[in-house]
Design a protein around this ligand. Structure first.
Ligand SMILES: Nc1ncnc2c1ncn2[C@@H]1O[C@H](COP(=O)(O)OP(=O)(O)OP(=O)(O)O)[C@@H](O)[C@H]1O
Length: 605
C-alpha cells in the first residue's frame, strides 16, 4: 500500500503554478540568499540595495532625457541659436549620465546575480550533502524530486538571473514611477487621461494574466524534460563501452531521440502558450505609442488649454505630454513584463523550494535507540554484533529481507557473508553503514574507524591525480604537506601491480588527460580501491564483492596485503575460494533462514 503510494508520488509529474505556492517558495528560498551573517550574505543585501538605487536614479535621468526633446522643438521653432547650444550641452550631459547609469545598473545586477547564486547554491550543497540527502533522493525514494542535480545547477542559475536582472531593478520603482507619471498625466490631460491609460492597462493586464496562466506549468515541464534529456546523454557517456559491447547504438539513439522529442514537444507547447501572451505584450507596448497621442485630444481639442501658446511652446508642450503619457503606458508595460518574468521564475523557485523542503524533512539515519541487550564487555569482545535484527528494503516494502539476525563476531575475526543473488547481502551492509534503517533490532561494529569498498568501484570524475584517487575520500589540496609521503603511495601501487599507473598519468601528482573510470579495467579499478584501503589502514574494512573482477591468485595476494596491514575485514561474495580467506561465514537464505558458522581449517586449505 505504502509502496503503491510512493510509486504514484514518483510517477506523477508535479505541476507548478503562478500563485500562492510561488510566494511561499520565495519565503523558503530568500533566507538562503539573504539570511546569513557573513560578508557574502551582506553583499547580496548591499547589491540588492545598489541595484535598486541605481535603477531609481536611471528613472530620474530618463525623465530629464525625455523632456529635453521638447526643449529642442522650442528653441528651434523660436530660431534661438544661443538657447539651442545651452539645451544641446545640457542634453549631452543628461544622456552621458543616463548611459552611465544604465551601465551601472547592469554591473550591480550582475554582481547581485553572482552573490545570490553563490549563497543559494552553497546553501543547497549544505542541505544536499548533509544527512545523505543526495543518497536518499537518488538511490532510495526521490520524493517526487526529478533531477535534483538540475535544480541545483540550472534552475538556480535561471532563477537568480531573472530575479537579479529583470525583477529586482524594477520591482520597487515600478509603483513609484507609475504614481509620479499618473500625477503628471492628471495635470496635463485631466482625470480622463489617467482613466483612459489605466483602463488600457487593466484590459491588457487581465488578458495577460489569463494568457500567462499556463506558462509556469509548461516552463516547469520543459525544465524537467531538459534534465531528463541531459541525464540520458550523461548515462550514454558513462556507459559508452557497455553500450558498444551490446551493440546497442540503435536502442540508445531511439531512447535519446525519444527523450529529445518529448523535450521539443514541451518546448513547442510552451512557445504556443507564450505566443498570445507575447503578442499581447508587444501590442500593448507598441500601440501605447499611438494611444498616447489619443490622450492629447483632451488638453488641445476638448479643454482648449493651450490657446495662448506660440508654436515653439506648443511644440514643447506636445512633445513633453507625449513623453509623459508614453512613459506612464510604458511603466505599465514594464509591470506586465515583470509579471511575465515572475511567471517564468515561479517555475524555477518552486522546483528549488521543493528540493529545500524535502531535504530539510529528510531524517537522519543514524542508529535509533533500538533494543540492545548487551553489556560493555560483550561489545568490546566482538568486531560485529547483531541483535535480533530485522530489516527490509526502504521503499515501503513489507517483506523482510532478513529476520531476527543475532550473532557476535569475535574481535579480530573476519567474516564472509554469502547467499544467493538478491538475498540481502549488500542490504545488510547498508544497514551496518546506517544508509538504511533496520525494522527492528540493531547491528553494530566495534569501531568507527571503518572503510567500505562498494561492489562497483567509484573513481570520481574531474581528472583527479593518482594521489587524490588513492586518498579519496580524504581531500588532497596542493599544499606541500599534502604532497608528502610519495614513497608510501608508490609502494602500495607496486604491491598491487599498479605501478604502471604512475607512468600512465605522468606522475602521482600530475592531472591526467583522461578520466580514471573510463580508462582503467574493472580489475584495475578494484585494485585502485584496495590501494585506498591500504593507504588509509582503517581498523575494519567492509568489502562488498570488492575483488570479484580479480583472478583467484590476485585475490589471495590482495587479502594477504589487507591482513598484513592489520585490517579486520568483513566481505560479501559468491566465490568458494573466499571461504579460505575468512574465519566465519554468515549464510543468508532469505527471512529467518540464516546461519553463522566458524569456517573449518579443512575448508580454509
Ligand atoms: N533502494 C532500494 N529500494 C528497494 N529495494 C531495493 C533497493 N536496493 C535494493 N533493493 C532490493 O533489495 C534486495 C536485496 O538487494 P541486495 O543488493 O542486498 O542483494 P545482494 O544479496 O547483495 O545481491 P547480489 O549478490 O546480486 O549483489 C533486492 O531484491 C533488491 O532489488
Amino acid at each position: 500500500m505504502v509502496r503503491e503510494k510512493q510509486k504514484k508520488r514518483q510517477g506523477k509529474e508535479k505541476d507548478f503554478f503562478f500563485g500562492f505556492h510561488f510566494v511561499t517558495s520565495l519565503f523558503t528560498i530568500f533566507p538562503l540568499i539573504y539570511g546569513g551573517l557573513d560578508l557574502y550574505f551582506a553583499s547580496a543585501a548591499i547589491f540588492t540595495f545598489l541595484t535598486m538605487i541605481s535603477a531609481a536614479a536611471n528613472e530620474v535621468a530618463a525623465y530629464h532625457s525625455g523632456t529635453i526633446v521638447g526643449q529642442f522643438y522650442s528653441v528651434l521653432l523660436n530660431r534661438n541659436e544661443s538657447a539651442f547650444w545651452t539645451v544641446y550641452y545640457k542634453a549631452s550631459l543628461i544622456y552621458f549620465g543616463q548611459t552611465m547609469l544604465l551601465a551601472i545598473v547592469s554591473l550591480f545586477s550582475w554582481l547581485l546575480y553572482i552573490a545570490m547564486r553563490r549563497n543559494l547554491v552553497l546553501s543547497l550543497h549544505n542541505l544536499y550533502f548533509s544527512k545523505r540527502v543526495f543518497y536518499k533522493l537518488n538511490a532510495i525514494d526521490n520524493e517526487g524530486i526529478d533531477n535534483p542535480d538540475q535544480r541545483i545547477t540550472q534552475d538556480c542559475e535561471r532563477m537568480c538571473n531573472i530575479l537579479a536582472k529583470q525583477v529586482l531593478p524594477y520591482l520597487l520603482i515600478s509603483p513609484g514611477v507609475i504614481c509620479y507619471y499618473s500625477v503628471v498625466t492628471w495635470k496635463k490631460a485631466g482625470w480622463i487621461g489617467v482613466a483612459m491609460i489605466y483602463t488600457y492597462f487593466a484590459i491588457g493586464f487581465v488578458a495577460n494574466r489569463i494568457l500567462n496562466s499556463p506558462i509556469t506549468k509548461w516552463a516547469a515541464r520543459v525544465e524537467k524534460s531538459e534534465g531528463d534529456f541531459r541525464f540520458k546523454h550523461v548515462s550514454v557517456r558513462n556507459s559508452a563501452e557497455e553500450i558498444a559491447f551490446y551493440d546497442a547504438s540503435a536502442t540508445e539513439k531511439y531512447a535519446c531521440d525519444r527523450s529529445f522529442m518529448e523535450l521539443l514537444r514541451r518546448q513547442l507547447k510552451l512557445n504556443l502558450w507564450e505566443f498570445p501572451a507575447k503578442f499581447l505584450q508587444y501590442f500593448v507596448d507598441y500601440y501605447g505609442g499611438i494611444f498616447s497621442y489619443l490622450i492629447q485630444i483632451f488638453p488641445i481639442f476638448i479643454f482648449n488649454w493651450y490657446q495662448g501658446l506660440g508654436p515653439g511652446e506648443l511644440a514643447e508642450q506636445i512633445s513633453n505630454n507625449a513623453f509623459y503619457f508614453i512613459y506612464l503606458i510604458n511603466s505599465f508595460s514594464r509591470l506586465t513584463d515583470l509579471f511575465l518574468n515572475l511567471g517564468e521564475m515561479a517555475a524555477y523557485s518552486q522546483r528549488i523550494s521543493h528540493l529545500i523542503t524535502v531535504s530539510r524533512e529528510t531524517e537522519e539515519t543514524e542508529p535509533k535507540n533500538l533494543p540492545w541487550n548487551l553489556t560493555e564487555e560483550e561489545e568490546a569482545a566482538s568486531t560485529l554484533i547483531s541483535d535480533i535484527l530485522t530489516m527490509a528494503a526502504p521503499s515501503g516494502s513489507e517483506k523482510s529481507l532478513i529476520t531476527d539476525l543475532s550473532f557476535k563476531l569475535p574481535a579480530s575475526k573476519t567474516l564472509l557473508i554469502t547467499g544467493g543473488s538478491g538475498v540481502g547481502k549488500t542490504s545488510l551492509l547498508r544497514v551496518i553503514r546506517h544508509l538504511w534503517q533496520p525494522k527492528f533490532g540493531r547491528i553494530q561494529l566495534s569501531s568507527d574507524n571503518v572503510m567500505f569498498l562498494p561492489q562497483k568501484p567509484y573513481l570520481p570524475v574531474g581528472r583527479l591525480t593518482l594521489r587524490q584517487q588513492i586518498s579519496y575520500p580524504q581531500i588532497v589540496d596542493d599544499s606541500p604537506n599534502a604532497l608528502l609521503d610519495s614513497l608510501r603511495f608508490e609502494k602500495i601501487l607496486f604491491s598491487l601491480g599498479l605501478q604502471h599507473l604512475i607512468a600512465l598519468s605522468g606522475g602521482l601528482d600530475e592531472q591526467p588527460s583522461f578520466e580514471w573510470q573510463d580508462t582503467l579495467s574493472p580489475g584495475e579499478q578494484q585494485r585502485l580501491s584496495i590501494a585506498r584501503l591500504l593507504h588509509r589502514r582503517p581498523a575494519i574494512a567492509i568489502l562488498d564483492e570488492a575483488t570479484s573482477s580479480l583472478s583467484e591468485q590476485v585475490e589471495l595476494q590482495v587479502y594477504n596485503l589487507i591482513k598484513e596491514a592489520n585490517i579486520v575485514y568483513i566481505s560479501t561474495g559468491h566465490r568458494h575460494s573466499l571461504l579460505a580467506l575468512h574465519d566465519f561465514e554468515l549464510h543468508l537464505n532469505g527471512g529467518s533462514d540464516w546461519r553463522i558458522d566458524e569456517i573449518q581449517l579443512s575448508e580454509q586449505f
